[in-house]
Design a protein around this ligand. Sequence first.
Ligand SMILES: *Cc1c(COP(=O)(O)O)cnc(C)c1O
Length: 407
Amino acid sequence: MLTINEHYLKLQASYLFSDIAKRVNEFQTANPDKELIRLGIGDVTKPLPKACVEAFHSAIDEMATEGSFHGYGPEQGYAFLREAIAKHDFQARGAQVEADEIFISDGAKCDTGNIQELFDIKAKIAIPDPVYPVYLDSNVMAGRTGTYKDDRYQDVVYLDSVKDNNFVPNLPSQPVDLIYLCFPNNPTGSTATKEQLKAWVDYARDNKALILFDAAYEAFIRDENLPKSIYEIEGAREVAIEFRSFSKNAGFTGTRCAYTVVPKECFAFDSQGNKQFIHPLWNRRHCTKFNGVSYPVQKAAEAVYSEAGQQQVKELTDYYMANATIVKDAIKELGFSFVGGENSPYIWIDGKRDSWDFFDLLLNKAGVVCTPGAGFGKCGQGFIRISAFNSRDNVERAMAKIRAALK
Ligand SMILES: *Cc1c(COP(=O)(O)O)cnc(C)c1O
Protein backbone atom coordinates (compact mmCIF):
# COMPACT_ATOMS: atom_id res chain seq x y z
CA MET A 1 0.00 0.00 0.00
CA LEU A 2 1.39 3.32 -1.02
CA THR A 3 1.05 6.09 1.52
CA ILE A 4 1.52 9.70 0.62
CA ASN A 5 3.74 12.36 2.13
CA GLU A 6 1.33 13.45 4.84
CA HIS A 7 3.10 16.75 5.31
CA TYR A 8 1.22 17.85 2.19
CA LEU A 9 -2.01 17.45 4.14
CA LYS A 10 -0.84 20.14 6.57
CA LEU A 11 -0.68 22.77 3.84
CA GLN A 12 -3.22 25.52 4.37
CA ALA A 13 -5.22 25.97 1.20
CA SER A 14 -4.64 29.49 0.00
CA TYR A 15 -8.01 30.93 -0.81
CA LEU A 16 -6.51 34.37 -1.39
CA PHE A 17 -6.68 34.57 -5.16
CA SER A 18 -9.82 32.47 -5.52
CA ASP A 19 -11.57 34.61 -2.88
CA ILE A 20 -10.52 37.74 -4.73
CA ALA A 21 -11.79 36.28 -8.04
CA LYS A 22 -15.11 35.35 -6.42
CA ARG A 23 -15.73 38.83 -5.02
CA VAL A 24 -14.67 40.44 -8.30
CA ASN A 25 -17.07 38.21 -10.26
CA GLU A 26 -19.94 39.06 -7.94
CA PHE A 27 -19.21 42.76 -8.36
CA GLN A 28 -19.07 42.46 -12.15
CA THR A 29 -22.33 40.52 -12.31
CA ALA A 30 -24.05 43.12 -10.17
CA ASN A 31 -22.43 46.06 -12.01
CA PRO A 32 -22.00 44.91 -15.62
CA ASP A 33 -21.14 48.37 -16.96
CA LYS A 34 -18.78 49.51 -14.18
CA GLU A 35 -15.11 49.52 -15.07
CA LEU A 36 -12.73 47.47 -12.94
CA ILE A 37 -9.02 48.27 -12.48
CA ARG A 38 -6.72 45.59 -11.10
CA LEU A 39 -3.94 46.83 -8.83
CA GLY A 40 -3.56 43.53 -7.05
CA ILE A 41 -1.39 41.63 -9.46
CA GLY A 42 2.20 40.70 -8.72
CA ASP A 43 2.97 40.24 -12.41
CA VAL A 44 4.55 42.80 -14.70
CA THR A 45 2.56 44.22 -17.62
CA LYS A 46 5.12 45.89 -19.91
CA PRO A 47 6.78 43.85 -22.70
CA LEU A 48 10.39 42.62 -22.75
CA PRO A 49 13.12 45.24 -23.28
CA LYS A 50 14.03 45.64 -26.97
CA ALA A 51 17.64 44.54 -26.39
CA CYS A 52 16.38 41.25 -24.90
CA VAL A 53 13.94 40.63 -27.75
CA GLU A 54 16.68 41.17 -30.34
CA ALA A 55 19.08 38.82 -28.57
CA PHE A 56 16.27 36.28 -28.12
CA HIS A 57 15.45 36.39 -31.88
CA SER A 58 19.03 36.02 -33.02
CA ALA A 59 19.63 33.12 -30.60
CA ILE A 60 16.63 31.34 -32.08
CA ASP A 61 18.11 31.86 -35.54
CA GLU A 62 21.31 30.23 -34.27
CA MET A 63 19.24 27.22 -33.20
CA ALA A 64 18.00 26.88 -36.80
CA THR A 65 21.30 25.87 -38.41
CA GLU A 66 23.55 22.89 -37.74
CA GLY A 67 26.68 24.98 -37.34
CA SER A 68 25.32 27.15 -34.53
CA PHE A 69 22.72 24.85 -32.95
CA HIS A 70 22.87 24.37 -29.15
CA GLY A 71 21.77 21.16 -27.46
CA TYR A 72 22.09 20.57 -23.71
CA GLY A 73 24.01 23.41 -22.15
CA PRO A 74 25.83 23.48 -18.81
CA GLU A 75 23.30 22.85 -16.01
CA GLN A 76 24.70 25.80 -14.06
CA GLY A 77 24.18 28.14 -17.01
CA TYR A 78 26.38 29.45 -19.82
CA ALA A 79 29.59 31.24 -18.85
CA PHE A 80 28.59 34.31 -20.90
CA LEU A 81 25.62 34.93 -18.61
CA ARG A 82 27.28 33.94 -15.33
CA GLU A 83 30.22 36.25 -16.08
CA ALA A 84 27.98 39.18 -17.03
CA ILE A 85 26.02 38.74 -13.78
CA ALA A 86 29.12 38.52 -11.57
CA LYS A 87 30.62 41.62 -13.17
CA HIS A 88 27.56 43.89 -13.34
CA ASP A 89 25.39 42.85 -10.40
CA PHE A 90 28.12 42.26 -7.82
CA GLN A 91 31.71 43.22 -8.65
CA ALA A 92 30.60 46.65 -9.95
CA ARG A 93 29.08 47.30 -6.51
CA GLY A 94 32.13 46.10 -4.61
CA ALA A 95 30.56 42.76 -3.70
CA GLN A 96 32.87 39.80 -4.19
CA VAL A 97 30.99 37.17 -6.23
CA GLU A 98 32.61 35.00 -8.91
CA ALA A 99 30.92 33.63 -12.03
CA ASP A 100 31.23 30.03 -10.81
CA GLU A 101 29.26 30.89 -7.68
CA ILE A 102 26.21 31.72 -9.81
CA PHE A 103 23.64 29.07 -10.75
CA ILE A 104 21.24 30.03 -13.56
CA SER A 105 17.73 28.66 -13.17
CA ASP A 106 14.20 29.03 -14.50
CA GLY A 107 12.96 30.96 -11.50
CA ALA A 108 13.60 32.33 -8.05
CA LYS A 109 10.35 30.67 -7.01
CA CYS A 110 11.81 27.21 -7.71
CA ASP A 111 15.17 28.10 -6.16
CA THR A 112 13.74 29.54 -2.93
CA GLY A 113 11.45 26.50 -2.75
CA ASN A 114 14.17 23.93 -3.50
CA ILE A 115 17.05 25.21 -1.38
CA GLN A 116 15.63 23.78 1.87
CA GLU A 117 16.33 20.25 0.56
CA LEU A 118 19.97 20.70 1.48
CA PHE A 119 19.28 21.09 5.17
CA ASP A 120 18.37 18.84 8.06
CA ILE A 121 14.70 18.13 8.57
CA LYS A 122 15.18 19.30 12.18
CA ALA A 123 16.59 22.69 11.14
CA LYS A 124 14.73 25.48 12.91
CA ILE A 125 13.39 27.88 10.33
CA ALA A 126 12.62 31.58 10.72
CA ILE A 127 10.10 32.99 8.29
CA PRO A 128 8.80 36.55 7.96
CA ASP A 129 5.13 37.33 8.49
CA PRO A 130 3.67 38.58 6.14
CA VAL A 131 5.52 36.49 3.57
CA TYR A 132 5.89 35.33 -0.03
CA PRO A 133 4.24 31.92 0.58
CA VAL A 134 6.88 29.75 -1.16
CA TYR A 135 9.35 29.84 1.76
CA LEU A 136 6.77 28.55 4.18
CA ASP A 137 4.96 26.02 1.99
CA SER A 138 8.14 24.35 0.74
CA ASN A 139 9.12 23.74 4.37
CA VAL A 140 5.64 22.43 5.19
CA MET A 141 5.97 19.91 2.34
CA ALA A 142 9.37 18.83 3.65
CA GLY A 143 7.98 18.29 7.15
CA ARG A 144 9.89 21.01 8.93
CA THR A 145 7.02 23.10 10.31
CA GLY A 146 4.94 20.96 12.68
CA THR A 147 1.17 21.18 12.74
CA TYR A 148 -0.98 24.20 12.04
CA LYS A 149 -2.77 25.60 15.06
CA ASP A 150 -4.16 29.05 15.89
CA ASP A 151 -3.12 30.54 12.54
CA ARG A 152 0.47 29.33 12.75
CA TYR A 153 2.70 26.30 12.27
CA GLN A 154 3.92 25.26 15.70
CA ASP A 155 7.59 24.64 14.87
CA VAL A 156 8.20 27.78 12.78
CA VAL A 157 9.75 30.89 14.27
CA TYR A 158 7.78 33.76 12.75
CA LEU A 159 9.55 37.04 12.13
CA ASP A 160 6.81 39.62 12.57
CA SER A 161 7.12 42.55 10.17
CA VAL A 162 4.96 45.21 11.74
CA LYS A 163 4.71 48.98 12.14
CA ASP A 164 6.75 48.89 15.38
CA ASN A 165 9.83 47.55 13.60
CA ASN A 166 9.17 49.50 10.40
CA PHE A 167 8.46 46.16 8.67
CA VAL A 168 12.03 44.92 9.14
CA PRO A 169 11.85 41.97 11.57
CA ASN A 170 13.79 41.97 14.84
CA LEU A 171 16.38 39.27 15.50
CA PRO A 172 14.73 36.14 16.91
CA SER A 173 14.68 35.66 20.66
CA GLN A 174 15.19 31.90 20.32
CA PRO A 175 17.90 30.09 18.31
CA VAL A 176 17.16 29.49 14.61
CA ASP A 177 19.16 27.78 11.85
CA LEU A 178 17.70 28.90 8.55
CA ILE A 179 16.51 32.49 8.06
CA TYR A 180 14.44 33.72 5.13
CA LEU A 181 14.70 37.43 4.36
CA CYS A 182 13.36 39.38 1.37
CA PHE A 183 14.33 43.01 0.62
CA PRO A 184 12.86 45.02 -1.02
CA ASN A 185 10.02 43.06 0.44
CA ASN A 186 7.02 41.43 -1.15
CA PRO A 187 4.35 42.13 0.07
CA THR A 188 5.27 45.11 2.29
CA GLY A 189 7.62 47.00 -0.03
CA SER A 190 9.92 47.71 2.93
CA THR A 191 13.69 47.84 2.54
CA ALA A 192 16.56 47.05 4.91
CA THR A 193 19.58 49.30 5.50
CA LYS A 194 23.17 48.04 5.56
CA GLU A 195 23.14 48.30 9.36
CA GLN A 196 19.96 46.21 9.59
CA LEU A 197 21.36 43.51 7.28
CA LYS A 198 24.67 43.62 9.15
CA ALA A 199 22.80 42.73 12.34
CA TRP A 200 21.34 39.67 10.58
CA VAL A 201 24.70 38.64 9.14
CA ASP A 202 26.30 38.97 12.60
CA TYR A 203 23.45 36.97 14.10
CA ALA A 204 23.94 34.20 11.53
CA ARG A 205 27.70 34.12 12.17
CA ASP A 206 27.27 34.04 15.95
CA ASN A 207 24.55 31.38 15.87
CA LYS A 208 25.87 29.11 13.08
CA ALA A 209 22.79 29.96 11.03
CA LEU A 210 22.31 30.62 7.32
CA ILE A 211 20.43 33.49 5.64
CA LEU A 212 18.42 32.87 2.48
CA PHE A 213 18.20 36.34 0.96
CA ASP A 214 15.59 36.99 -1.74
CA ALA A 215 16.60 40.07 -3.74
CA ALA A 216 14.08 39.67 -6.58
CA TYR A 217 13.19 43.38 -6.34
CA GLU A 218 16.69 44.90 -6.09
CA ALA A 219 16.26 46.74 -9.43
CA PHE A 220 13.66 49.01 -7.81
CA ILE A 221 16.07 50.40 -5.23
CA ARG A 222 16.65 54.11 -5.94
CA ASP A 223 18.28 55.12 -2.65
CA GLU A 224 22.04 54.84 -3.26
CA ASN A 225 22.68 54.06 0.40
CA LEU A 226 20.54 50.92 0.46
CA PRO A 227 22.26 47.59 -0.21
CA LYS A 228 21.11 45.71 -3.30
CA SER A 229 22.90 42.52 -2.36
CA ILE A 230 23.58 40.87 0.97
CA TYR A 231 27.19 40.47 -0.19
CA GLU A 232 27.62 44.22 0.23
CA ILE A 233 27.65 43.34 3.94
CA GLU A 234 30.94 42.28 5.47
CA GLY A 235 31.01 38.65 6.53
CA ALA A 236 27.98 37.60 4.44
CA ARG A 237 29.82 35.22 2.12
CA GLU A 238 30.07 32.51 4.80
CA VAL A 239 26.45 32.78 5.94
CA ALA A 240 24.20 33.85 3.06
CA ILE A 241 22.73 32.55 -0.18
CA GLU A 242 21.12 35.13 -2.48
CA PHE A 243 18.27 34.68 -4.96
CA ARG A 244 17.74 36.98 -7.94
CA SER A 245 15.45 36.95 -10.93
CA PHE A 246 14.99 38.61 -14.32
CA SER A 247 11.22 38.49 -13.75
CA LYS A 248 10.66 41.89 -12.18
CA ASN A 249 13.53 43.99 -13.59
CA ALA A 250 13.30 42.84 -17.22
CA GLY A 251 9.78 41.43 -17.44
CA PHE A 252 10.85 37.75 -17.66
CA THR A 253 7.86 36.44 -15.64
CA GLY A 254 6.66 34.52 -18.71
CA THR A 255 10.12 34.01 -20.24
CA ARG A 256 11.69 32.45 -17.10
CA CYS A 257 15.25 33.13 -16.01
CA ALA A 258 16.72 33.67 -12.56
CA TYR A 259 19.82 32.82 -10.58
CA THR A 260 21.08 31.81 -7.16
CA VAL A 261 24.41 32.82 -5.65
CA VAL A 262 26.13 30.27 -3.43
CA PRO A 263 29.53 31.61 -2.32
CA LYS A 264 32.23 28.96 -1.98
CA GLU A 265 32.82 29.88 1.68
CA CYS A 266 29.17 29.31 2.59
CA PHE A 267 28.81 26.38 4.98
CA ALA A 268 26.68 24.37 7.37
CA PHE A 269 27.61 21.38 9.56
CA ASP A 270 27.24 17.61 9.42
CA SER A 271 25.99 15.64 12.42
CA GLN A 272 29.59 15.23 13.65
CA GLY A 273 29.95 19.00 13.78
CA ASN A 274 32.28 19.17 10.77
CA LYS A 275 31.98 22.11 8.40
CA GLN A 276 30.34 21.21 5.10
CA PHE A 277 30.46 23.62 2.19
CA ILE A 278 27.13 24.25 0.50
CA HIS A 279 28.38 25.13 -3.00
CA PRO A 280 29.20 21.52 -4.05
CA LEU A 281 25.91 20.26 -2.61
CA TRP A 282 23.79 22.80 -4.47
CA ASN A 283 25.84 22.11 -7.59
CA ARG A 284 25.10 18.40 -7.22
CA ARG A 285 21.41 18.98 -6.68
CA HIS A 286 21.16 21.40 -9.58
CA CYS A 287 22.94 19.01 -11.98
CA THR A 288 20.86 16.03 -10.85
CA LYS A 289 17.42 17.64 -10.93
CA PHE A 290 17.73 20.48 -13.45
CA ASN A 291 18.89 20.55 -17.05
CA GLY A 292 19.55 24.21 -17.65
CA VAL A 293 17.68 27.22 -18.99
CA SER A 294 17.25 27.32 -22.77
CA TYR A 295 20.04 28.96 -24.77
CA PRO A 296 17.82 31.67 -26.33
CA VAL A 297 16.48 32.66 -22.90
CA GLN A 298 19.99 32.94 -21.48
CA LYS A 299 21.02 35.09 -24.48
CA ALA A 300 17.97 37.28 -23.86
CA ALA A 301 18.96 37.59 -20.18
CA GLU A 302 22.57 38.42 -21.11
CA ALA A 303 21.25 41.37 -23.14
CA VAL A 304 20.00 42.93 -19.88
CA TYR A 305 23.68 43.76 -19.23
CA SER A 306 24.37 45.42 -22.59
CA GLU A 307 24.46 49.22 -22.61
CA ALA A 308 21.07 49.38 -24.36
CA GLY A 309 19.67 46.66 -22.05
CA GLN A 310 20.74 48.52 -18.90
CA GLN A 311 19.12 51.69 -20.21
CA GLN A 312 15.88 49.89 -21.11
CA VAL A 313 15.65 48.06 -17.77
CA LYS A 314 16.12 51.40 -16.01
CA GLU A 315 13.30 52.91 -18.10
CA LEU A 316 11.05 49.94 -17.35
CA THR A 317 11.58 50.06 -13.60
CA ASP A 318 11.36 53.89 -13.63
CA TYR A 319 7.97 53.56 -15.30
CA TYR A 320 6.65 51.31 -12.53
CA MET A 321 8.25 53.50 -9.85
CA ALA A 322 6.47 56.56 -11.26
CA ASN A 323 3.24 54.57 -10.91
CA ALA A 324 4.19 53.84 -7.30
CA THR A 325 4.62 57.56 -6.67
CA ILE A 326 1.13 58.26 -8.01
CA VAL A 327 -0.29 55.62 -5.67
CA LYS A 328 1.66 56.93 -2.67
CA ASP A 329 0.57 60.52 -3.28
CA ALA A 330 -3.10 59.56 -3.42
CA ILE A 331 -2.87 57.36 -0.32
CA LYS A 332 -1.01 60.05 1.63
CA GLU A 333 -3.59 62.65 0.66
CA LEU A 334 -6.37 60.38 1.94
CA GLY A 335 -4.63 60.18 5.32
CA PHE A 336 -3.59 56.53 5.33
CA SER A 337 -0.20 55.44 6.56
CA PHE A 338 1.81 53.13 4.35
CA VAL A 339 5.25 51.70 3.66
CA GLY A 340 6.94 50.88 0.34
CA GLY A 341 6.67 52.47 -3.07
CA GLU A 342 10.00 54.30 -2.61
CA ASN A 343 12.42 51.53 -3.49
CA SER A 344 9.93 48.85 -4.37
CA PRO A 345 6.89 48.41 -6.63
CA TYR A 346 4.56 47.54 -3.72
CA ILE A 347 2.70 49.89 -1.41
CA TRP A 348 1.53 48.35 1.88
CA ILE A 349 -1.32 50.36 3.31
CA ASP A 350 -2.71 50.36 6.83
CA GLY A 351 -6.44 50.29 6.11
CA LYS A 352 -7.37 50.90 9.76
CA ARG A 353 -9.89 48.06 9.43
CA ASP A 354 -10.08 44.39 8.46
CA SER A 355 -8.11 43.65 5.23
CA TRP A 356 -11.14 42.17 3.49
CA ASP A 357 -13.40 45.03 4.54
CA PHE A 358 -10.98 47.46 2.95
CA PHE A 359 -10.74 45.24 -0.13
CA ASP A 360 -14.57 45.26 -0.43
CA LEU A 361 -14.70 49.01 0.08
CA LEU A 362 -12.23 49.69 -2.75
CA LEU A 363 -13.95 47.18 -5.00
CA ASN A 364 -17.52 48.33 -4.42
CA LYS A 365 -16.97 52.09 -4.11
CA ALA A 366 -14.07 52.61 -6.54
CA GLY A 367 -14.01 49.52 -8.77
CA VAL A 368 -10.36 48.94 -7.83
CA VAL A 369 -8.97 45.50 -6.99
CA CYS A 370 -6.13 45.30 -4.42
CA THR A 371 -4.69 42.37 -2.45
CA PRO A 372 -5.83 41.93 1.17
CA GLY A 373 -2.78 41.75 3.44
CA ALA A 374 -4.28 38.98 5.58
CA GLY A 375 -3.62 36.63 2.66
CA PHE A 376 0.13 36.91 3.31
CA GLY A 377 0.07 35.99 7.01
CA LYS A 378 -1.32 36.90 10.39
CA CYS A 379 0.63 40.18 10.56
CA GLY A 380 -0.85 41.22 7.21
CA GLN A 381 -4.28 41.61 8.81
CA GLY A 382 -5.43 45.22 8.61
CA PHE A 383 -3.31 45.97 5.54
CA ILE A 384 -3.75 45.88 1.78
CA ARG A 385 -1.09 45.67 -0.93
CA ILE A 386 -1.27 47.83 -4.04
CA SER A 387 1.06 46.96 -6.90
CA ALA A 388 2.62 49.47 -9.31
CA PHE A 389 2.74 46.88 -12.14
CA ASN A 390 0.08 48.41 -14.35
CA SER A 391 -0.23 51.03 -17.08
CA ARG A 392 0.11 54.71 -16.15
CA ASP A 393 -3.38 55.33 -17.41
CA ASN A 394 -4.89 52.59 -15.23
CA VAL A 395 -2.99 53.72 -12.14
CA GLU A 396 -4.03 57.35 -12.63
CA ARG A 397 -7.67 56.47 -13.16
CA ALA A 398 -7.69 54.04 -10.23
CA MET A 399 -6.32 56.71 -7.89
CA ALA A 400 -8.88 59.24 -9.12
CA LYS A 401 -11.63 56.72 -8.38
CA ILE A 402 -10.23 55.92 -4.92
CA ARG A 403 -9.91 59.64 -4.11
CA ALA A 404 -13.53 60.25 -5.18
CA ALA A 405 -14.80 57.24 -3.24
CA LEU A 406 -12.96 57.79 0.05
CA LYS A 407 -12.79 61.55 0.41
C1 LIG B 1 8.27 37.57 -8.19
C2 LIG B 1 9.09 37.08 -7.06
C3 LIG B 1 10.19 36.24 -7.29
C4 LIG B 1 10.59 35.85 -8.69
O1 LIG B 1 10.10 34.63 -9.04
P1 LIG B 1 10.44 33.97 -10.44
O2 LIG B 1 10.15 32.53 -10.21
O3 LIG B 1 11.89 34.23 -10.73
O4 LIG B 1 9.54 34.60 -11.46
C5 LIG B 1 10.93 35.82 -6.20
N1 LIG B 1 10.64 36.23 -4.96
C6 LIG B 1 9.62 37.05 -4.71
C7 LIG B 1 9.38 37.50 -3.32
C8 LIG B 1 8.81 37.49 -5.75
O5 LIG B 1 7.77 38.30 -5.49
